[in-house]
Design a protein around this ligand. Sequence first.
Ligand SMILES: [Zn+2]
Length: 524
Amino acid sequence: MHLSPHSLRQIDDAYLQSLEVEALRGLSMRLLADLKEAWDRLNQGPENSSRPPSSRAPWERKNGGGPETDADAEADALAADDDRAPEPAAANPAEPKPAEPKPAEPKPAEPKPTRKPGKQPGAPGIGRTQVFQANAEQSHYPERCAGCGQPLAPAGAVAYTGFQAVDLRWDDPARPGLTLWVVDHRYYETPCPCGHRTRAVAGQGVVDPLLAGIELSEWRLVGPGLAALIVALALRFRLSRARIQEFLAEWLGLELSIGTIHQTLHEASAAVAPAEDELVRAVLESDLLHADETAWPEAKQTRWLWVFVATTATLYYVAGRGKELVENVLDGFTGWLMSDGWGSYRHYARRLRCWAHLIRKARGLAQSGDRAARAFGRLVLDTLEALMAAVYAAREGPPPVDLPTQHASLLAALHAACEQGQGSTHQKTHALAVELLNDWEAIFQVLSHPELPLTNNAAERALRHWVILRKLSLGTRTPVGSRVVALLASVIDTCHQRGHTPWRYLERAIADRRAGLPLAPLPQ
Ligand SMILES: [Zn+2]
């Protein structure tokens, strides 16, 4: 938006009559741009057909924009308000409140009686009462007159509002450790010879429609570096919001409300949300992809945390367990897909199966009390182990004959045993035989391509960290909360995978996006 409500209120017929033609034309263009943006915002919504197709959530069906079920839709609607980040005192930076001694601080969320994990009933919603002596003052002046468009000099400017921001400095070679850095931000109103008075306003970023309710704004108590620390404490060190509050108070002497911490996490996620396009591209371009999924509670529903580990990126989603997500994410993927036996992956042609699962099942059968089951388990186990040794050997140097030919009789014997086991009344024998036969091609693909992996360790390792978070946090409460975790997890793990610390990137991402700038590409 070019014109703040403060500017609009000053513009009247008399002012328009007073402007020269060029100035009037410039003002018309800004008014027109604002009008179009206002209409776009009026029409914006998650189910809105005017949204570009690329902004559709990957877990939604391609035909028909709705969520997976009516129950989902209902839950989404119910949850939308629940997870809304608390509004800061000056939620609309386009029209900040007059200067107050108290800095901007979100109102603590009212704990709800039905609330699950996260906020405890009766938890103190401490507003910000601390005022620090600032390390620096930062003045914000309007650059141009919002009316006539002429450049403005700071002469005659008066501060009309301001707030105190607390940030974190670290990685300074001269000052090891963490340092809090307090800045007093002052926003100025500058008069123009044309009579218009223009106010500098805090920057505001554009938020992904799937994160409705979150705001990206420079008008924040928590600076970008401190925000990155809060994300690290929550997602990397898996601290609850209450523990983060305790840590900041006891180690940094900084009192933040639970609401502020919550809002900071949501805002950080909105800051990095545009990275999803880059991550999906990295997934699609990967020669090999490891996919896996694990249960993820979201309020009263069981959702699934999906992971896609590509060569240069790791991408997470919280979605249903249906095949929509896999189909949508992998639309255009031509590489190898390593997965477990879950049906959502079955439609994909170039598929690999994790042998670790099969070996575990075969070992279980080999220890069974049933004699036939024991024999079948032993046969499967011995065959897989012999073939595994052959794959390892082939990686050292190409075998004289390709592995499927070389081990044709071993494979034929296993196939025959599976056909027989398929008819077994022993439930686990039957299940393993059917699984091997159904996925035969995917399982033994690796014999023709010994350079490909035998296990899905990469995906399982990636999920392990988040499974522990799930156990500590009991999942998320709303679709927006789930998306916040998935986006931040994707960025954190991708940065680590590429050998970079995510926190510097996150700090910059938050600063840039709050200022309305585009998100920088992920570190390469
Ligand atoms: Zn002017």
